[in-house]
Design a protein around this ligand. Structure first.
Ligand SMILES: Cc1cc2nc3c(=O)[nH]c(=O)nc-3n(C[C@H](O)[C@H](O)[C@H](O)COP(=O)(O)O)c2cc1C
Length: 375
């Protein structure tokens, strides 16, 4: 019987399915719900020391539907980090940890470019008993105006410096969450790992404009007639997330083999999550699918991942983690492989050819007869 239990950076998870930072982990009540439904870990909504600067607008989501089925396939948000005070969060995270001592609770944190502020948020958060920290270097809207979030994630030098501050103060594992809004995600990845972060989480949302209303001529989501570019998530981003997970996993495999990877982006089913694991993720995070379909989606995810493992005779996640990475190559090598395969096929055909009677061969006699026959 296979097991989904896994140990990542010393944290023991009953399964690799993790609630990603966002509305599904936005207060103690919903975090408890996630644990009750069976999620392996929860990353809470991103906290900062001074929530009074966080002012959200409505509407703050816009959704893209498939043309034929009406299914929601893309989701843009212009939501900021948590607007709840740090003191309220302190109480709630402590209460969650008291109620679920064996479950993995990860605090997502973000601060401005200020060493003292980062020291303070790391120390106060880990003192609550959370199991790990996730550094939000990746929110693409609103916060970059204050040089936070993806303003740091897009600048590897800055990211390395801030990660270094965090690692000076941290006593629990630290994951750095990457923005996809960069040309080469390997660069900020290496910066975080050089600074000593134990893991990488990727990806956050992709900077987007969901669309323009053809009646009002206003872009969506429209707030008092105006909008700002937001972050794109949901099923539509899975292929981009898989590509970035693959690129990060190669960096880990080749340069930082003892670090971990949490794959995020567009995961809705065990099938999606399994692909993240095959490309090198240790855990898989989910946000928008929970907003679309509820916390219960983890149950079929657990059952279907176990069935996949049974079918392939895998006992543990380690048995297939990163298995499919070996099948990535360069385009030039694909051309070489194809030329070699075609040459080999031709050689086999030539071997069976009978142009003159002295080419008949005992061991291929039937195939040679077939090759000369019609019908
Ligand atoms: C409404 C919404 C709010 C989010 N808030 C945060 C946040 O506070 N911190 C963070 O690190 N990521 C946040 N995210 C990003 C998600 O954690 C995740 O990286 C992204 O949505 C891609 O995964 P998904 O397709 O499963 O949603 C948010 C996403 C959504 C849709």
């Amino acid at each position: 019987m296979p097991t989904l239990e896994t140990i990542v950076d010393g944290l023991r998870l009953p399964n690799p399915f993790v609630i990603a930072s966002g509305p599904p982990g936005t207060n103690g009540n919903v975090i408890g719900r996630a644990f009750d439904e069976g999620w392996g870990a929860v990353v809470c909504k991103t906290l900062s020391l001074d929530a009074s600067k966080v002012i959200n607008v409505q509407p703050r989501y816009a959704r893209l539907r498939a043309r034929t089925s009406n299914e929601i396939i893309g989701w843009e948000n212009i939501e900021l980090i948590s607007d709840r005070s740090f003191e309220v969060w302190e109480e709630e995270l402590k209460a969650v940890k008291d109620k679920y001592p064996d479950r993995i609770l990860i605090a997502s944190i973000m601060e401005e470019y200020n060493k003292d502020a980062w020291f303070e948020i790391v120390e106060r958060t880990q003192d609550l008993g959370v199991d790990a920290l996730e550094l939000n270097f990746s929110c693409p809207h609103g916060l970059p105006e204050r040089k936070m979030g993806s303003a740091m994630g897009e600048d590897p030098e800055l990211l390395e410096e801030v990660s270094g501050w965090v690692m000076e103060a941290a006593t629990v594992p630290v994951w750095a969450k990457m923005t996809p809004n960069v040309t080469h995600i390997e660069d900020p990845t290496r910066a975080a790992l050089r600074a000593g972060c134990q893991g990488i989480s990727a990806i956050n949302t992709i900077r987007s404009v969901l669309g323009v209303d053809l009646e009002t001529l206003r872009p969506e989501p429209t707030v008092e007639g105006y909008t700002t570019a937001g972050g794109y998530s949901s099923r539509a981003i899975l292929p981009i997330a898989l590509r970035m997970v693959m690129e990060i996993a190669q960096v880990l495999r080749d340069e930082f083999p003892d670090r971990s990877l949490s794959g995020i982006g567009g995961v809705e089913t065990a099938e999606d999550a399994t692909q993240m694991l095959l490309l090198g993720a240790d855990t898989v995070q989910v946000c928008t699918a929970v907003m679309k379909s509820g916390y219960g989606i983890v149950r079929p995810m657990i059952d279907d991942l176990l069935s996949f493992m049974e079918k392939h005779n895998f006992e543990t996640l380690e048995d297939f983690k990163g298995h499919s990475l070996q099948y990535f190559s360069t385009h030039a090598e694909l051309v070489e492989r194809q030329a070699a395969a075609r040459a080999e096929a031709k050689a086999q055909r030539d071997l069976k050819a009978v142009d003159t009677d002295d080419q008949w061969r005992g061991e291929d006699f039937v195939e040679q007869s077939d090759a000369l026959s019609r019908g």
